[in-house]
Design a protein around this ligand. Structure first.
Ligand SMILES: Nc1ncnc2c1ncn2[C@@H]1O[C@H](COP(=O)(O)OP(=O)(O)OP(=O)(O)O)[C@@H](O)[C@H]1O
Length: 292
C-alpha cells in the first residue's frame, strides 16, 4: 500500500508554475521535512494533498484512495495556520470537537494535552492566546487522532525549546506507531534533529536530499560509544567521548541501526544529523533567489 502518491501533478497560479509534473511516493511510514524558500509552494502542495486545493493535472492518492475521498479525514489531518481556529471558542471547545468527531477516549486527550503542557490555558478563549499557545493547540488538534498521515505547516514556528522537544518526541512516537508525518519548516537545524528525510521543493519539483547527499554524519549518544566499532567499519565511526561518537552512513542504515539497538543496553539515546549540511545544500539549491 502506498501512503502518498503524486503522479504528474502540475499546478500554476496564473503564469507562476508551483508544481511541475511532480512524481512522488511515500511507501513506508516516515517523518518527512518539506523545505523551500518563502513562496515556493509548500503550503500549496499540502493544500492539494489535503484536497483543499485543486491540481491543474495529475493525480493524488492518499492510502491508495483518491485525495478527494471525503472519508479520508479519519486517516489524514492537516495543521494549517491559526486562521483555522475559532477565536471566540476556548481551546477545550476545539479539543472536544475533535474528540467527538474521531470518537477519542478521554485518556488519549489527557495524554496529548499533558505531553504539550497546554492544560492550564485550555479554558481561555483562543483570541487571548499567544502565537506559541495557538501553535501548541493546532499541533494538539492535528496529532490527537493519531492518523496515518499528518501534515503540519511550519509547526515549529513560535515554539519555545521545551515545546519543540515535546513536538519532537510526539512525532517520533507517532511515527514509531506507524504514522507518516510531513512538515514544512525554515528552521534547518530543527529539521536535522527531527528527520533525515528532507525533501526540497525546487522549481516545481520535489528533490529528496538523499539524491544530493547519499551519506549523513550523525552525532550519536549511547551508553557505550565503543560498541559502535563492533558494528560499523572503522572509517564510519569516530569516537568523541565514551558516550558520544560520529557515525557516517546513509540515512536508511542509520534508521536500521537505531531499530536494531532499540530496547538493548546499547540503545541510541540521541542522534543529530549533521549531514553535509541541509543548510549548505539549501544555499546551493536556492542561491539565485529565483523561486519567488
Ligand atoms: N490562491 C492563490 N492565488 C494566487 N497565488 C497564490 C495563491 N495561493 C498561493 N499563491 C502563490 O503561490 C506561491 C506559493 O505559495 P505557498 O503559500 O504555497 O508558498 P510556501 O512555500 O508555503 O511559502 P512560505 O514559506 O512563505 O509559507 C506564492 O507565490 C503565492 O503568492
Amino acid at each position: 500500500m502506498s501512503i502518498l502518491a503524486l503522479q504528474q501533478v502540475t499546478k500554476s497560479f496564473g503564469p507562476q508554475q508551483i508544481l511541475d509534473h511532480v512524481d512522488f511516493t511515500i511507501d513506508t511510514p516516515t517523518i518527512m521535512a518539506l523545505v523551500a524558500p518563502n513562496g515556493s509552494g509548500k503550503t500549496t502542495l499540502m493544500d492539494i494533498i489535503a484536497n483543499l486545493g485543486r491540481v491543474d493535472s495529475g493525480t493524488v492518492t492518499v492510502l491508495d484512495r483518491p485525495h478527494t475521498d471525503q472519508m479520508l479525514y479519519t486517516d489524514m489531518t492537516y495543521m494549517q495556520g491559526d486562521t483555522t481556529l475559532f477565536m471566540n471558542m476556548t481551546g477545550q471547545d476545539h479539543i472536544e470537537l475533535i474528540q467527538r468527531s474521531y470518537h477519542l477516549p478521554a485518556e488519549r486527550v489527557e495524554q496529548v494535552v499533558g505531553e504539550f503542557g497546554i492544560g492550564q490555558f485550555l479554558q481561555k478563549k483562543v483570541k487571548t492566546y499567544s502565537l506559541g499557545m495557538k501553535q501548541l493547540l493546532l499541533i494538539t488538534l492535528a496529532l490527537l487522532p493519531a492518523p496515518k498521515l499528518v501534515m503540519l505547516d511550519e509547526p515549529v514556528n513560535g515554539l519555545d525549546p521545551k515545546a519543540v522537544q515535546s513536538l519532537r518526541n510526539a512525532l517520533q512516537r507517532l511515527n514509531d506507531q506507524g504514522s507518516t508525518i510531513i512538515f514544512s519548516s525554515h528552521d534547518l537545524s530543527e529539521v536535522d534533529r527531527l528527520t533525515d528525510n528532507v525533501v526540497f521543493l525546487v522549481r516545481g519539483k520535489l528533490v529528496p536530499i538523499t539524491t544530493l547527499a547519499p551519506t549523513t554524519t550523525y552525532t550519536v549518544v549511547l551508553p557505550d560509544a565503543r560498541f559502535l566499532t563492533t558494528l560499523l567499519d572503522a572509517e564510519q565511526v569516530q569516537l568523541i567521548t565514551p558516550t558520544k561518537a560520529t557515525v557516517t552512513v546513509p540515512p536508511a542504515e542509520m534508521a536500521a541501526l537505531r531499530t536494531k539497538l532499540q530496547g538493548t543496553a546499547h540503545a541510541i539515546l540521541d542522534a543529530v544529523a549533521t549531514r553535509q549540511g541541509t543548510e549548505a545544500l539549501y544555499f546551493k539549491l536556492f542561491s539565485q533567489n529565483e523561486i519567488r
